[in-house]
Design a protein around this ligand. Structure first.
Ligand code: SAH
Length: 217
């Protein structure tokens, strides 16, 4: 393989930033060894794509830190045939990781430009099991639901009710909940029609702007 495919950087990222910090789901680690993260950032930022922090992707938005993608994916636990809903497509990187691990991914992005770029990128990389939709993801995407797993990759003041309603029985949802500045990752499981909520780590995401999220500033 030629050196510009960043496979060495990618393996190092997985070893030092994910495995060494306690992410041990083998499927998640394998997916993140595979997805070419450098192709999800602006060309001038490629040399930094595997560093231990988020990166700006334009339009005031970011691609999450690799560790955050890893932990959220591990907590979500998508299964092979699962239908997954992601809110906040951004670069499409998290969508690609989810697509490696599940049957089908529906991802919703409110910014039309970002959605278009992510859709082109994902199609170019051969991810035929991802559908990118433009709209207010705080309302989910009921027409294509219900979903086994729902991941929100933007910060919300509460878990949007429409997303809970679109969860299948036995389904699980992860969502950063808190203030605009700091959130905790909430994990909601639907069992026999009831919702059980637990919490995971603290995190910092850009705001979910929409009807069941934050108002536009
Ligand atoms: N998962 C992305 C990172 C998400 S950044 C990645 O892997 O690159 C958060 C994204 O959520 C931003 O692109 C932002 O435009 C989007 N967003 C914010 N509010 C939204 C809403 N109501 N519906 C859909 N997307 C939203």
């Amino acid at each position: 393989m030629d050196a510009s495919d960043f496979s060495e950087e990618r393996n190092q990222m997985v070893d030092a930033q994910l495995a060494a910090r306690g992410i041990n789901d083998r499927r998640v680690l394998a997916a993140m060894r595979k997805v070419p993260r450098h192709l999800f950032v602006p060309a001038d930022l490629r040399p930094y794509a595997y560093e231990d922090h988020p990166l700006a992707i334009g339009h005031g938005q970011t691609i999450s830190q690799p560790y955050m993608v890893g932990i959220m994916t591990e907590v979500l636990g998508p299964g092979e045939g699962d239908r997954v809903l992601e809110i906040g497509t951004g670069s499409g990187y998290q969508s690609a990781v989810l697509a490696e691990l599940s049957g089908e991914v529906v991802t919703v992005e409110r910014n039309e430009m970002l959605a278009g770029m992510a859709a082109d990128r994902l199609a170019g990389l051969g991810y035929s099991n991802v559908r990118v939709m433009v709209g207010d993801g705080s309302q989910g995407w009921p027409e294509l639901g219900p979903y086994d797993r729902v991941m929100v990759t933007a910060a919300s003041p509460r878990v949007p009710e429409p997303l809970k309603a679109q969860l299948k029985e036995g389904g699980r949802l992860v969502c950063p909940v808190g203030s605009r500045e700091l959130q905790t990752l909430w994990v909601v499981t639907r069992t026999r029609g009831a919702y059980e909520t637990g919490t995971s780590i603290n995190c910092v995401f850009v705001p979910l702007v929409g009807r069941d999220g934050w108002a536009e500033k």
